[in-house]
Ligand binder design. Structure first.
Ligand SMILES: [Zn+2]
Ligand SMILES: [Zn+2]
Length: 390
């Protein structure tokens, strides 16, 4: 299946107005009533199907987040998200729907890529707000009358391991749906019912040989047209404004956790409060640190002389370097606890465990072997493996 954006020839961050415009232009060109070329009907169907998704704020957001999977019958976004947060791909293996096995969900931004702010939130989607049935689909043009709480907006972000350990404040650029500022959500002036579809927004297309209803290309499915259509939003009454959110990431956040940013979602209509922004966190791996709840663990290479004779070594921690005493006679794997240097939970910070890894000399010339024999003379003999039984 082709990418829906490329079907309409628009970019992924195109605003509703340009999507609608692209659809109208293409639909007029390939409409079977006017275009008798072979393939025009198929192309028209393809264009219409693409616009059914991209012309609908909610469907589009789901498509952005889950791709083609979101178009399948019975697709459940919450389930897909829950599954993804468990580390799986979507759809889950054997979850019906067919195909798509192992289709992973790379978080935008990529590992180690820092913050590609714009990319991070290419997968925004909106959900009907507290107004319930009102939803967003038919909403915009009815806006301005009844007050409706803004929709919740969901997004996800991948954060560096240490930001999750220490907590951080991150500026994130997001696209939040809201009423168009130019037309105040009205879509334009001189509003009247679309004559082409009689206000239904869909028209039967007999050429298909079945009762196919397609989106009306005159009104883009809205059922109304304007004498003077708002150019900013293309008559949809909604825009996706790019705004910066300063997100406070609390120390100790875990992968899969969702932060609710109150009042940072889509704008409400007629003075109603905005929805919330639900930000799902994915914590990147760290090459050296491992996390176990609030505690951290890190391997620390030590020289043989330090392991045998004891030493004070300096090591980095999430909150600065510290000097740590290595007790004499420390074997491989010995754990040293550094209190309070784990996850910086403000009530009770976790600890950092250093796992000592004595590094053996890698040269195996006669001299090194002789030295090793000398050391062995002071340690256990061949009985060292006496208890090694399975
Ligand atoms: Zn507008
Ligand atoms: Zn129409």
């Amino acid at each position: 299946m082709k990418d829906l954006y490329s079907v309409l020839g628009v970019s992924k961050d195109a605003d509703p107005a340009s999507i609608k415009k692209a659809f109208k232009t293409l639909a007029r060109t390939y409409h079977p009533d006017v275009n008798k070329d072979a393939g025009a009907t198929d192309r028209f169907k393809e264009i219409t199907a693409a616009y059914e998704v991209l012309g609908d704020e909610q469907k589009r957001s789901l498509y952005d987040e889950f791709g083609e999977a979101s178009l399948r019958a019975g697709f459940d976004a919450d389930q897909a998200r829950a599954y993804r947060n468990m580390g799986g791909g979507y759809p889950p293996p054997g979850a019906g729907g067919g195909g798509g096995a192992g289709q992973g969900y790379p978080f935008p931004g990529g590992p180690g890529g820092g913050f590609g702010f714009e990319d991070l939130f290419s997968g925004l989607f909106t959900r009907g707000g507290a107004g319930g049935g009102a939803g967003m689909g038919g909403g915009p043009r009815a806006g301005g009358r009844g007050a409706r709480v803004g929709p919740d907006v969901e997004g996800h972000v991948e954060i560096p391991f240490l930001d999750a350990v220490r907590g951080a404040e991150l500026p994130l650029q997001v696209r939040r749906p809201g009423p168009c500022a130019t037309c105040h959500g009205e879509g334009g002036t001189g509003r009247r019912t679309c004559a082409a579809c009689g206000g239904a927004g869909r028209r039967p297309l007999r050429q298909f040989g079945l009762n196919a209803l397609v989106q009306c290309e005159e009104c883009g499915g809205a059922g109304v047209v304007y004498a003077d259509e708002c150019e900013t939003c293309g008559g949809t009454g909604r825009t996706r404004e790019l705004t910066t959110l300063n997100v406070r990431i609390p120390a100790g956040v875990q992968s899969g956790q969702t932060l609710r940013l109150r009042g940072q979602g889509g704008e409400g209509s007629a003075g109603a409060p905005p929805g919330d922004f639900l930000l799902t966190i994915k914590v990147q791996e760290h090459p050296l640190l491992r996390r176990n709840g609030k505690d951290l663990e890190m391997d620390v290479p030590v020289r043989l002389s330090e392991a045998i004779g004891g030493a004070t070594v300096e090591v980095p921690t999430p909150t600065g370097r510290v000097r740590v005493k290595v007790p004499p006679g420390s074997g491989n794997g010995r754990r040293l606890r550094v209190t309070g240097r784990g996850v910086q939970d403000k009530n009770a910070p976790g600890d950092l465990y250093l796992v000592l890894r004595p590094v053996l000399p890698t040269v195996s010339d006669e001299e090194t072997i002789a030295l090793a024999n000398e050391l062995d003379a002071r340690g256990p003999g061949p009985e060292v493996r006496a208890n090694l039984e399975l």
